[in-house]
Design a protein around this ligand. Structure first.
Ligand code: GTP
Ligand code: MG
Length: 388
């Protein structure tokens, strides 16, 4: 499956259906009266987080999503039906950003989470709604309330427990292939990996997910190489595994280059727990290994593990060390609250997206009410009237 981690889409919820204006009229039956039904509500735009998806590629081919409008009301007091919702399926770890690509509207981090992004407009009232003792034959009927529309960005930030970082050719993909069933492309030229790969490590009864991302080079934060475009995918990792190619001359310098790029990217990457490992130990002499481990230890100030992805030496201790950090972080982390709970369906008249979020928190924040003739009276209108 093709990998795509950003997509800009247009979403629109359905307008409400119009109310009907109708009177009962049957031969030999007196006192017919108004019987125009209300319109139905427009469909909502719903985001659903699903487990077996790890790309936004579907949104490359279709970018406009509109929910169905509500059905109109009809005579004989027939209320219109609700318009069909559109349900957009997104992978776990998808963030919904506003058109400015900065404001995070929602973050879907658990499979099964559903979020009503835009609520459909309410249906308009039919004339039966407006009958009263003083107006027994109202001809008033309302149009439906309009739905909402907006452009949004979907941005996928894969959810993995451990992230692999290092220069190109450090052996990140080889490591992923050695410890998981993932089969990423491996070759001895830089930038073999062009998009992130995930794999699941099984360690006894425990499991965790490892993400392999394209290599970083000096100046990646300014766009060199593939740049730091994919670093977002390890922002949510609990620990980073920093692989260093042991066949490099100056391993300490290599370490510093990658650390510098992580710090320049920001997003808390340089503050994450890090496990440093010297890779390709199979092609080094024992003296070389000792010397390079010592040099690296001085550079990072922490123990460094020797490793070889190709021959499988030292994989277990590295995985165990990674898992220690992951376990610690899992225990410390409270479970993520469901994003969908933050947004409740609003009330008539259709509030904007942001208003819907606040209305859900403050339920009795009514901004108006219906007058005796069924017309909507805003609270501030009433105040003005009182002042006069
Ligand atoms: N001798 C030896 N060679 C290795 C080892 N691990 C990887 N290699 C070789 O190093 C080269 C690069 O390996 P990759 O796994 O593609 O490296 P990468 O870090 O994923 O590289 P990019 O995807 O380009 O960033 C390949 O030719 C591998 O065979 C190792 O442990 N020992
Ligand atoms: Mg690779």
């Amino acid at each position: 499956m093709k990998f795509l981690d950003q997509a800009k889409i247009f979403v629109k919820s359905g307008d409400g259906g119009a109310g009907a204006c109708s009177f009962r009229r049957e031969k030999y039956i007196e006192f017919g009266g108004p019987d125009g039904g209300d319109g139905g509500r427009g469909g909502d735009v719903i985001l659903e987080c699903v487990a077996n998806l790890n790309t936004l590629i579907d949104y490359r081919y279709q970018q406009h999503f509109k929910a169905q409008i509500g059905h109109h009301g009809q005579g004989r007091n027939k209320t219109g039906g609700k318009g069909n919702d559109v349900v957009l399926k997104v992978p776990v770890g998808t963030q919904v950003l506003d058109e400015d690509k900065e404001t995070v509207l929602a973050d879907l981090t658990e499979a099964g989470q559903r979020l009503v992004l835009l609520r459909g407009g309410d249906g308009g009232f039919g004339n039966a709604h407006f009958k009263s003792s003083t107006n027994q034959a109202p001809r008033r009927f309302d149009e439906g309330w309009p739905g909402e529309e907006r452009w949004i960005w979907l941005r996928l930030k894969l959810i993995a427990d451990a992230g692999l970082v290092g220069l190109p050719n450090a052996g990140k993909s080889t490591f992923l292939a050695a410890v998981t069933r993932a089969r990423p492309k491996i070759a001895d030229y830089p930038f073999t990996t062009l998009h992130p790969n995930l794999g699941v490590v099984t360690l006894g009864d425990e499991e965790f997910v490892v993400a392999d991302i394209p290599g970083l080079i000096e100046g990646a934060h300014e766009g060199a190489g593939i740049g730091d475009r994919f670093l977002g995918h390890i922002e949510r990792c609990r620990v980073l595994l920093h692989l260093i190619d042991g066949t490099e001359e100056d391993v300490a310098e290599t370490y510093r280059v990658v650390r510098h790029e992580l710090a320049a990217y920001g997003g808390g990457l340089d503050a994450k727990p890090e496990v440093v490992a010297l890779n390709k130990c199979d092609s080094l002499t024992p003296e070389d290994i000792e010397a390079k481990l010592a040099a690296l230890r001085d550079a990072c100030g922490a123990p460094v593990l020797p490793l070889s992805g190709v021959s499988g030496i030292g994989l277990k201790p590295v995985l165990a060390r990674l898992f220690e950090h992951i376990k610690e972080a899992r225990e410390a982390e409270p479970s993520v609250p469901a994003a969908s709970s933050a947004f409740g369906a609003g009330k008539r008249p259709t509030p904007g997206f942001a208003a819907a979020a606040t209305a859900a928190e403050d339920d009795d924040a009514e901004d108006g009410r219906y007058g005796p003739d069924g017309e909507w009276i805003w609270n501030d209108e009433e105040e003005e009237e009182g002042d006069e």
